[in-house]
Each structure stands twice: as structure tokens, then as C-alpha cells.
Design a protein around this ligand. Structure first.
Ligand SMILES: Cc1cc2nc3c(=O)[nH]c(=O)nc-3n(C[C@H](O)[C@H](O)[C@H](O)COP(=O)(O)O)c2cc1C
Length: 202
């Protein structure tokens, strides 16, 4: 059984991230590997862990965590084989909350696979480019296929002039097949890297 976390990377009140993650979870539930019980996908919300700006004295690579919030975050991330990061684009990069949450840990990320569902005016693709660089440092294998939801075409708004209207996620018909292809890659790489995780744990 391959366990994949859908990590919500934005923490803003009224964020679109929750709805995007729910779409990913629902669509992933239709993937053959999930239906066959070979893989599970579940949402992990960075906002639920109450992480402050990094407040651990020792670098994460030492795994010597002094704070309860870090231990809880560590335990959660350690339990997965791979990730689908759901991230918006903030000023051409990922939200600070997501970068901070990644920085809190080290070994928990290693030798695992990741795919991306981004969103933004241009589909959030520039955030993913930055995220790929960060994940390289914590030894996450990032797959090529990615989903980029565009605010003006993959969401529907009741009142487009209201900045507080989060809109509904209404992805174009090509998005779910792309998500499935990305999940194929994440499931395959998460499985292929298992021997490395076992060696590291021994
Ligand atoms: C601080 C901030 C910076 C943003 N910068 C960009 C950007 O550089 N490019 C872009 O396409 N959208 C940008 N946006 C728009 C967001 O992609 C869009 O509002 C998205 O819904 C934010 O994710 P969230 O709702 O989960 O917080 C920005 C939004 C915020 C709040």
C-alpha cells in the first residue's frame, strides 16, 4: 500500500487551497490504483499544525526536535511514501508557510516522490519551479507531469469583481487526465524508492 499525502500549502483565511485539495482527493479516488486499494490519498493541511516561523535550534537534519508542533508535523510527514503538493503562486513562488513547513523537517521527506497541483493567474507554474528546487535539497524525487489550474478558466466565480469570492474549482476537461498521469508517476516512483527508505531506516 502506497500512502500519499495531498499537502495544502496555503494557510490564508478564505484560501482556495482547501477546495483545490478536495478536488484532487475526489479525482484521485477515481484513479485505478486507489480504487484497487493499492494506494491511498489523504489531505494533510499545513494550517492544522500551527507551525510558527522555524523555531527549532538544531538543523532539521539532526532530527532533534524540541517543540511539540515539530514532533507532530514530523510524525505526520514520516508516515507517507509520497506527496502531492497543492500550492498557489505567491509573488512568483510558493507561500512562505509551505517553505517554512518544508524547512522544519529533513529525513521525513527523503527518498519519497512528489507531484504538484498549482493554481494562479498563470496556473501557478512559477511556484512549482521554485518548489522543485527546494525539494531537491531534501531529496524528494519530483515527477515531470503537473497540473496547473488557471484562476480565470479553472474556477467559477459568483461575483468576479468581489476579491473575497473564493470561487468554485471547475477544472477544464483536460485537467483530470493530467492529474491521473501525474499520480501514475508519483505512485510508481514512491514504490520504486521504497528500498532506499528501508535502507535509511535500518
Ligand atoms: C500574497 C499573494 C501573492 C500573489 N502572487 C501571485 C503571483 O505572483 N502570481 C499569480 O499568478 N497569482 C498570485 N496571487 C494570486 C493567487 O495565486 C490566488 O489568489 C490564489 O487563490 C492564492 O491561493 P490561496 O487562495 O490558496 O491563498 C497572489 C496572491 C497572494 C495572496
Amino acid at each position: 500500500m502506497t500512502r500519499i499525502a495531498i499537502v495544502i500549502g496555503s494557510t490564508r483565511p478564505g484560501r482556495r487551497g482547501t477546495a483545490v485539495a478536495r478536488w484532487v482527493e475526489e479525482a484521485a479516488g477515481r484513479h485505478p490504483a486507489v480504487k484497487a486499494g493499492e494506494a491511498t490519498v489523504e489531505i494533510v493541511d499545513v494550517a492544522d499544525f500551527g507551525l510558527p516561523l522555524l523555531d527549532e535550534a538544531a538543523p532539521a537534519a539532526f532530527g532533534q526536535y524540541s517543540n511539540e508542533h515539530t514532533k507532530k508535523w514530523s510524525e505526520a510527514i514520516a508516515s507517507y511514501d509520497g506527496f502531492v503538493f497543492v500550492t498557489p503562486e505567491y509573488n512568483r513562488s510558493v507561500p512562505g508557510a509551505l517553505k517554512n513547513a518544508i524547512d522544519f523537517l529533513y529525513n521525513e521527506w527523503q527518498n519519497k516522490a512528489a507531484g504538484f497541483v498549482s493554481y494562479g493567474v498563470q496556473g501557478g507554474v512559477r511556484a512549482v519551479e521554485h518548489l522543485r528546487l527546494t525539494l531537491a535539497e531534501v531529496k524528494v524525487a519530483d515527477v515531470a507531469t503537473q497540473v496547473g489550474l488557471q484562476i480565470f478558466t479553472d474556477f467559477t466565480f459568483e461575483d468576479p469583481t468581489n476579491p473575497m469570492d473564493p470561487g468554485a474549482v471547475t477544472p477544464g476537461p483536460h485537467q483530470e487526465p493530467t492529474l491521473n498521469k501525474m499520480l501514475d508517476e508519483v505512485f510508481a516512483w514512491a514504490g520504486a524508492l521504497k528500498p532506499l527508505r528501508e535502507t535509511a531506516a535500518a
